[in-house]
Design a protein around this ligand. Structure first.
Ligand SMILES: C[S@@+](CC[C@H](N)C(=O)[O-])C[C@H]1O[C@@H](n2cnc3c(N)ncnc32)[C@H](O)[C@@H]1O
Length: 315
């Protein structure tokens, strides 16, 4: 029994993905433990198909030092300029952000960062609203339950695989009942366009993807972007990698992955998650519709008592 387990461990160790730290286009995975600007400087022009990231929001999380807003925006601009340089002409950038909060006043970062992309002549294709149902409970304003993904392309000739990300129709079997198309499906039987409002659970304490990182991407969110905006074997890059959710989704989708993360603790978890994903062993919540309570509250789950922890914040 012990011998069999040892053999299994040996087999899975041998099956590890080789994670390189120096960027080369041919690498399956390149993960760099350090500053994203240093890493970007090693990447050739027009080498990346898709960049997906969520930068620090300058709100004083454990992995960031809060700075003046102007300073933060200037730093983001330098990183965005470099990202545009390494992006292929058919490529896309998805910048996911929430609000900067100053003395209880919220400042939407996507509005402020939009200018940095426009100055690089990028075109905004969608401002995707990522809606989620759990988070801090505010007492001085409505509780925030969405963040924004700005999806930009470098040119008009960009990759968009809509069929790869269709979601179920509300009435999939509905057919025309009169006219020349009578009997034919009146909606696409392969599903509908997911629209620009995405309801995907955020990764809180009960989520199966949760690690020690305070704000990781749900894999389903990044995978939808990867399937739609890149093709097999393309490189997907995340400059603010965290615990590697973008790289994991890239590997699960047969893409190459690249990323940089400043903190060693998160970097190590990212490497481990990428390897588990490669072996098909990482637990991931599928991109399925969120539970909608219906009917009598006494016999269904009470929608006003989510599973998540309740945190009251004076915000
Ligand atoms: C919002 S989190 C991203 C989380 C990520 N989306 C995930 O799913 O794990 C931002 C991350 O950027 C890292 N970071 C901050 N400044 C950085 C820099 N200059 N270069 C590389 N990483 C940085 C932080 O340590 C943090 O883990």
């Amino acid at each position: 029994m012990i011998k069999a387990k040892k053999q299994l461990d040996l087999l899975s160790a041998n099956n590890d993905l080789e994670i390189k730290s120096k960027f080369l286009i041919k690498n399956q995975v390149t993960l760099y433990n350090g500053d994203c600007l240093d890493f970007l400087k090693t990447m050739p022009d027009k080498s990346i198909q898709l960049i997906i990231t969520s930068p620090p929001y300058n709100v004083g999380k454990q992995y960031e030092k809060k700075m003046k807003l102007e300073q933060y925006l200037a730093q983001q601009k330098r990183i965005i300029d470099e990202c545009v340089r390494v992006l292929k002409d058919e490529g896309s950038i998805c910048w996911e952000v929430g609000n900067y909060v100053d003395n209880g006043e919220i400042i939407p970062l996507d509005i402020l960062l939009y200018e940095a992309f426009r100055q690089n002549n990028l075109q905004l294709r969608n401002r995707i609203i990522w809606h989620f149902r759990h988070g801090l409970h505010c007492s001085k304003r409505f509780s925030g339950r969405y963040e924004v993904i700005l999806w930009f392309t470098k040119t008009d000739n960009y990759i968009f695989n809509l069929d790869a990300v269709r979601v179920p129709q509300k009435y999939p079997g509905k057919k025309y009942f009169k006219g020349s198309k009578i009997g034919e499906f009146s909606c696409n039987p392969n599903g509908k366009n997911p629209s620009d409002v995405w309801d995907i659970p955020n990764v809180k304490s009960n989520h199966i993807e949760k690690t020690v990182h305070p704000c990781q991407f749900p894999i389903a969110l990044v995978q939808r972007l990867i399937l739609a905006l890149s093709n097999d074997s393309d490189i997907v890059f995340d400059p603010f990698l965290g615990v590697g959710s973008t790289a994991v989704a890239a590997i699960m989708s047969n893409r190459k992955a690249a990323g940089s993360e400043l903190l060693k603790e998160y970097y190590d978890i990212a490497c481990e998650r990428v390897n588990l994903a490669h072996k098909g062993l990482l637990k991931v919540r599928p991109d399925t519709p969120v539970y909608e309570p219906i009917g009598n509250l006494s016999i269904t789950k009470n929608p006003f008592l989510p599973n998540d922890e309740v945190i009251y914040e004076n915000c």
